[in-house]
Ligand binder design. Structure first.
Ligand SMILES: Cc1cc2nc3c(=O)[nH]c(=O)nc-3n(C[C@H](O)[C@H](O)[C@H](O)COP(=O)(O)OP(=O)(O)OC[C@H]3O[C@@H](n4cnc5c(N)ncnc54)[C@H](O)[C@@H]3O)c2cc1C
Length: 465
């Protein structure tokens, strides 16, 4: 029997800066396993695009591991409840003595891991559950040892901890044997995705990170809200499946800030990454978030509207609000949507149409290549004013004003709503009825003023215990 350590890759699909791979190899030879759970993923609404990117990433990983002489097992366990048995069988058959993994924060994943650890320990195997994939994985707590419910104080504390953590990225595992041959067949569970937009190779992803930090970090605070500009990193698909490690991110920010005479501690991009940590760690402290519940219990009283026609118009990008429609079509065509537009479309659905945020949350997960439970749930609950440190209920985005402000020349709208591309000037933000008819573009599905008042009245009436 060998004493090989088994490393279980999950939402940390990378060799670079992966603590589980690195620490396990310090104990001896390693082998790697990936467990596909298509039934569970479907229940979790993972999009075909996200699964396509996952499969392509695994293909890249399989080639990298084969080069290093490290075995990769691809196991299928349809639901999380099937995982413990499958891993136990693999360990027994192959003689693995220990299992290593980086933890995840949503509830179902934590329950799965607990069941795996219990079964393997019963069988006399060691299990090593390492910290979750966060920039600050240590608990970030108030002076009363409680979870922060407001982002800004969380962020201050988070930054203090981060400043004391000056650790280099974990190196990729070393070569440990002869080169292996490993044929990777694209699995049935992988869906189609835009590989022209989202290359999966680790080298390409690391290169994208460096190029963003080199070229766009400085202008990010000024340009990040304008969807027509390539101002944000578009790294979210990779961050969602763990293609980049937290120490690698920090190292890249620090290095490039130094090169550009910027203070890395005040960096706005780093602050956005703190939101990612914030939403992920909320999952640990508030399990109800993983149970379809709002963070603010009183918002359970909201009677959401049953408006199937409105919902379909939103899904299809035919609401008659050009910026909303351009955004929804960007999502369908690319699997990704700009952050400002996620806020506009989510506010539109939950406030102006007064449709349950959970329907929007689900639709986004089913289409986003970067769908990530914590960030998506957090973003939807923020927009619907049901969440932790959410937008106040009386904040209802005016889509036309947002469009004039953040897409002033209509460049983004023209890109995704071609039927409006001939319109000049401000008209593109809200064409008159005659123009709409001529261009076969729908009338607005809702009257902004009436709908805004309806939303505010609905929330103002909620009773707190
Ligand atoms: C309704 C709604 C749904 C969302 N759903 C998701 C989702 O499923 N997956 C997802 O990764 N992000 C989600 N976000 C957050 C944000 O919109 C995306 O992370 C961002 O647009 C990704 O583009 P980028 O990589 O260019 O971001 P950048 O501006 O380059 O930011 C860098 C990284 O920081 C993180 N980040 C940035 N903003 C946020 C935020 N508000 N919350 C959490 N993390 C953030 C992401 O990992 C992002 O890749 C959602 C936001 C809203 C309002």
């Amino acid at each position: 029997m060998s004493a090989t350590q088994l490393v279980w890759l999950r939402n940390d699909l990378r060799l670079d800066d992966n603590p589980a791979l690195n620490l396990a190899q310090q104990q001896g030879d390693i082998a790697v396993v990936f467990v596909a759970s298509p039934g569970q993923w479907q229940q979790h609404d993972d999009s075909p695009a996200k699964l396509g990117l996952k499969a392509a990433s695994l293909k890249d990983i399989s080639a990298q591991l084969a080069q290093k002489g490290i075995d990769l097992h691809l196991v299928e366990a349809d639901f999380f409840s099937d995982v413990p048995g499958k891993l136990e069988t693999l360990c027994r058959q192959q003689g693995y003595t220990a299992l290593w993994f980086n933890q995840e924060t949503p509830l179902d994943e934590r329950r799965r891991d607990q069941a795996v650890c219990e079964l393997l320990q019963q069988e006399g195997l060691e299990t090593h559950a390492l910290a979750p994939d966060l920039l600050v994985s240590a608990p970030v707590l108030t002076q009363q040892d409680e979870a922060f419910k407001v982002f800004t104080p969380y962020y201050r504390r988070w930054l203090q901890i981060l400043q004391d953590l000056q650790q280099p990225p974990y190196p990729a595992p070393e070569k440990q044997g002869k080169k292996l041959t490993f044929e990777f067949d694209i699995p049935d569970w992988a869906g189609d995705y835009r590989d022209d937009l989202w290359p999966a190779e680790e080298e390409a992803v690391l290169d994208k990170l460096s190029r963003f930090c080199e070229k766009r970090l400085k202008a990010y605070p000024d340009d990040r809200d304008f969807p027509a500009q390539p101002a944000t990193s578009t790294l979210s698909p990779y961050l969602s499946i763990g293609r980049l490690g937290p120490r690698r991110l920090l190292h890249s920010i620090q290095y490039h800030c130094l090169q550009q005479d910027l203070h890395w501690q005040d960096n706005d991009w780093l602050r956005e990454l703190a939101w990612r940590d914030f939403y992920r760690q909320l999952m640990l402290h508030f399990p109800r978030l993983s149970m379809d519940k709002p963070f603010k219990p009183e918002t359970e009283q909201v009677v959401w509207r049953d408006d199937e026609a409105g919902f379909q118009a939103w899904c299809e990008g035919r609401t008659g609000f050009p910026i909303v429609d351009a955004a929804m079509r960007q999502l369908k065509q690319t699997g990704w949507m700009h952050n400002r537009l996620r806020m506009i479309t989510a506010s539109f659905l939950t406030k102006l149409l007064l449709i349950d945020w959970r329907r929007g949350e689900q639709f986004f997960m089913q289409h986003l290549v970067d769908g990530e439970f914590g960030a998506n749930n957090g973003g939807w609950q923020w927009s619907a004013s049901t969440g932790c440190d959410a937008a106040p209920y009386f904040r209802v985005f005016n889509p036309t004003r947002q469009s004039e402000r953040f897409d002033p020349d209509g460049e983004f709208i023209r890109r995704f709503v071609p039927e409006l591309s001939s319109l000049k000037g401000k008209k593109i933000h809200d064409p008159d009825d005659e123009t709409r008819q001529d261009l076969d573009y729908p009338l607005p599905v809702v009257d902004y003023k009436m709908a805004r008042k309806r939303a505010i009245d609905t929330f103002a009436d909620l009773k707190k215990d």
